[in-house]
Write a protein that binds this ligand. Sequence first.
Ligand code: AMP
Ligand code: MN
Ligand code: MN
Ligand code: MN
Length: 282
Amino acid sequence: MIDLHAHSCFSDGTDTPEDLARLGEEAGLTALALTDHDTVAGVPRFLALQPHLNVLLIPGIELGCRFLGRELHVLGFWVRPDDPTFLDRLTLLRTRRERRNVRMAERLAATGRTIDLEEVREAAPGGLVTRTHFAQVLVRRGHARSPREAFHRFLAEGAPAHVPMEELTPREAATWIREAGGVPAIAHPGRFAAGAFVWDRALADLRDQGLEGLEAYYGEHSRVQEASFLDLARRLDMVPCGGSDYHGSAKPGLQLGRGWGSLHVPDGVLAELERRRPPNPR
Ligand code: AMP
Ligand code: MN
Ligand code: MN
Ligand code: MN
């Protein structure tokens, strides 16, 4: 069993990279990827535990993109955490995030929920402020009963305080990841679109933009969705990957490796992904 999607306290998870790595071994995983949003700051600490642990630790990333006017997340596996161009690009994304955070606070104030951006920043000890941290402060200040409700009422796409991330295309994300030595994959496709959405053409387009993997195995996918994404991946010559999207206590009840209980990402995925690693590192 492997888990190719997990967050540390360097983005919106709550575990340190070291604790995450140890937890991966305890959970009986053969491989675990750290995929923080827009930062690889936790990766050196994560990889430093490799000699002591019986689980393969993989440096990764998760980037938020826009595709067909909606939010699509892209994962990258084996990105080099010291690649100067990649680091510059991630810095740019975090600068955009800061602008977005100011606008989200303004939108919240316009709905009558004034929150202090400093308090939100303090909720993000790793320095990367996401909507998860806004949700935590909204709950603390009594504007919502749970983070889930905070998203639903204020922060989710279509809600009054939602501010889309500034444009990053899947093609850019894929290029950035490949140029940093990584393999780009589409995260949680079931979150992008469920139900009647016809994936075939959209997915062929994304593959042509450089996306090599598809996160078919994901805790929020039904068995039917999982089977359908597996089939799509096979037909389009993409690698079906998967992970829990573990966030520590920021997503209570969700376990590393097992997700909400029944997730199981087969080991064989890893070798397939490895074969897609770019041949010539710069
Ligand atoms: P951001 O990167 O700032 O847009 O924040 C996105 C993060 O918010 C995701 O990575 C999830 O961890 C979290 N998130 C998104 N939607 C929800 C939701 N409906 N309920 C709880 N957390 C969510
Ligand atoms: Mn997150
Ligand atoms: Mn995501
Ligand atoms: Mn994630």
